[in-house]
Design a protein around this ligand. Structure first.
Ligand code: UDP
Length: 328
């Protein structure tokens, strides 16, 4: 019997890398994706169900066709700036979509659920190392919508025994080192791909959002984690659930923060090219610093994020962006 795992957002950046990791671990990933931001070409490791989380009938049909042993839920809108200008979009899509998915999973008896959540649920906490017990006070609609989904999952866990693992991501970067899949958003808003586009002349320059934050060099500090390390944690989280180890939240970050200027310097060093930079104002909703306390995932899941160095992440993202067909 194939061990199917339903992967929402399986055609997207992180979801497609998760599908590859699941295949390597002996599972059959079933990508459930509406292809609004994902790519059909990124679904290479199992079947694609083209459907929307707001369509309960499509979800029920997928559960009934594949009888998955678990759900990995990546599908979401995830842009901080957009979530500030259009909060309704985030609440409708992320929260209503997740409610449909969770109800469909419970109705189908699929009782293992892994949620992609975010460090944006913690909000702006004045430079403290954020561990899983830090109170969550999101400052943008994206973080607020993810915090609501976390609460929803806990409620369904209590009511129906839905087993769940919650992963709170810090900043995901890099690409499959074999460059089969990688990061490609429409439009691109993330720091490292935008920087590589500026280096390659696909964009005139990178705009540096804010230089007056209370950080050592005035630019935002983030904790960057390689997408391959991140998806390895998901396979470990799935196996944690299948072993009946119970409900748990884990941060996925390395515990080391880098400023935007430090990321720019690292990119210059890796590519041996200059990054054209324009200094711009702050972006709405950005916290000054988000750095993970990362002990729990290491200690309990045996997670070892060894690819998560800036040079490795930038090198893998750069190799991917050199592939023919990459649309920066
Ligand atoms: N950033 C920037 N210019 C850009 C894109 C991002 O200065 O064109 C900064 C942004 O303000 C944040 C960091 O880079 O401090 C990482 O942003 P990204 O959008 O990659 O991820 P997020 O932190 O929003 O998840």
């Amino acid at each position: 019997m194939p061990k199917h795992v339903l992967v929402t957002g399986g055609a997207g950046y992180i979801g497609s890398h998760a599908c590859k990791a699941l295949t390597r671990a002996g599972y059959v990933p079933v990508a459930f994706d509406n292809l609004s931001t994902g790519w059909r070409e990124a679904v290479k490791f199992g079947p694609l169900v083209q459907g929307d989380l707001l369509d309960r009938a499509a979800l029920d049909a997928a559960f009934s066709q594949y009888r998955p042993i678990a759900v990995l839920h990546f599908a979401a809108l995830s842009l901080v700036g957009e979530s500030m200008s259009d909060p309704g979009l985030y609440w409708r899509s992320n929260v209503n979509g997740s409610l449909n998915l969770i109800e469909a999973a419970v109705a189908a008896g699929c009782m293992n659920f892994v949620l992609s959540s975010t460090c944006a649920t913690y909000g702006d906490q004045d430079g403290v190392l954020l561990d899983e017990d830090t109170p969550q006070h999101p400052i943008n609609s994206y973080g607020a919508s993810k915090k609501a989904i976390e609460e929803m999952l806990k409620n369904f866990g209590a009511a129906y025994g839905l087993n769940h693992v919650i992963f709170r991501y810090f900043n995901v970067a890099g690409a499959d080192p074999e460059a089969e899949i990688g990061e490609q958003h429409r439009p691109e808003t993330h720091l490292i791909p935008l920087m590589l586009d500026a280096i390659e002349g696909r964009r005139p320059a990178l705009t540096l959002f804010g230089q007056d934050y209370p950080t050592p060099d005035g630019t935002c500090v983030r904790d960057y984690v390689h997408v391959m390390d991140l998806v390895a944690a998901h396979v470990a989280g799935l196996e944690w659930l299948l072993a009946g180890k119970g409900n748990r939240a884990f941060n996925l970050g390395t515990g080391h923060g880098f400023s935007v200027r430090q990321v720019i310097e690292a990119s210059c060093a890796v590519t041996n090219r200059a990054v054209p930079v324009i200094e711009g104002p702050r972006r709405a909703g950005d916290a000054a610093a988000l750095v993970s306390g990362s002990q729990r995932a290491r200690a309990e899941l045996g997670w070892d994020p060894k690819r998560s160095t800036l040079p490795d992440m930038i090198r893998d993202a750069w190799a991917w962006s050199q592939k023919p067909g990459y649309q920066g």
